[in-house]
Design a protein around this ligand. Sequence first.
Ligand SMILES: Nc1ncnc2c1ncn2[C@@H]1O[C@H](COP(=O)(O)OP(=O)(O)OP(=O)(O)O)[C@@H](O)[C@H]1O
Length: 233
Amino acid sequence: MAYIEIRNEFKRYQMGETEIIANNDLSFDVERGQLTVILGPSGAGKSTVLNILGGMDSPTSGQVLVDGTDIAQFSEKQLTAYRRTDVGFVFQFYNLIPNLTTLENVEMATALTPDALDPAETLKAVGLEKRIDNFPAQLSGGEQQRVAIARALAKNPKLLLCDEPTGALDYQTGKSILRLLQEASQNHNTTVIVITHNAEIAKMADRVIHINDAKVRTVEDNDNPLPVEKIEW
Ligand SMILES: Nc1ncnc2c1ncn2[C@@H]1O[C@H](COP(=O)(O)OP(=O)(O)OP(=O)(O)O)[C@@H](O)[C@H]1O
């Protein structure tokens, strides 16, 4: 059984008279410890399925099995516990708390998590040991994204979900962020899912799920995912 099994997942929104189908009968698997890229154009339904996987939203119907448990059936309380202990998020615009230092941003995430890693050690691992007392506004975009990754990784999550993590970054900085994500899966066996509309990024993935117009179009496995350094875009 795969670590994640999504089966016939629908997400519909009613906007007055109009029904918007953001996810239309999605089914796919994600393997434990792998890096999976979900690729598709704007509006395809990628963020919708990622938010559902992260317990931030629930599907209209269908199954979302994570480690054998259907999180689509979770109560609000169960979803809160799931988000807290099992999931780390990385967003395009970092979402750091501006009036907390780098270290405090990470500590805030780990305070409620049972198996958390040491916040200062995790910041060191992403190359930020010299910036732990800085506030987000004192850091570059790439550094802020490193803090966001440290914040997610320090929770020691089973699942690391990344929504366009390089979308606001320049090319080289984006690559260094992708390297951290590839390391999380290859060296720490974290299950990593990255959403992007950049097809080149898919070359670093173990599995690529193409979503277009609310449907899964193809699922491809890469036998030889490229190291981030070999990818160009
Ligand atoms: N809360 C909502 N209410 C109504 N429609 C929504 C809502 N959230 C998303 N949608 C619609 O669902 C569709 C899929 O949106 P989604 O954000 O999942 O796409 P996406 O592939 O992540 O796009 P992008 O790359 O631009 O973020 C879009 O048509 C969007 O307008």
